[in-house]
Design a binder for this molecule. Sequence first.
Ligand SMILES: [Zn+2]
Length: 68
Amino acid sequence: MPSMTTSKVSRWDQHGREHTVRVTKSGVQRALACETCDWRRSAQFLPWLKAEEHLAEAHQATVDPATP
Ligand SMILES: [Zn+2]
């Protein structure tokens, strides 16, 4: 069962590889952790936006698998 305090942002790159940033609630902060590289970041606001920015800039992963 998924935890209510953890979620993730997944994007695909142009080669069809999936890159995922996990978002973990830590007090008032959200801790972001990329599963592809060792990128770590904390964010108080809009953690999913920060995750998307990292995926786009570091991995050129901009394709949202949830978007038809
Ligand atoms: Zn990364």
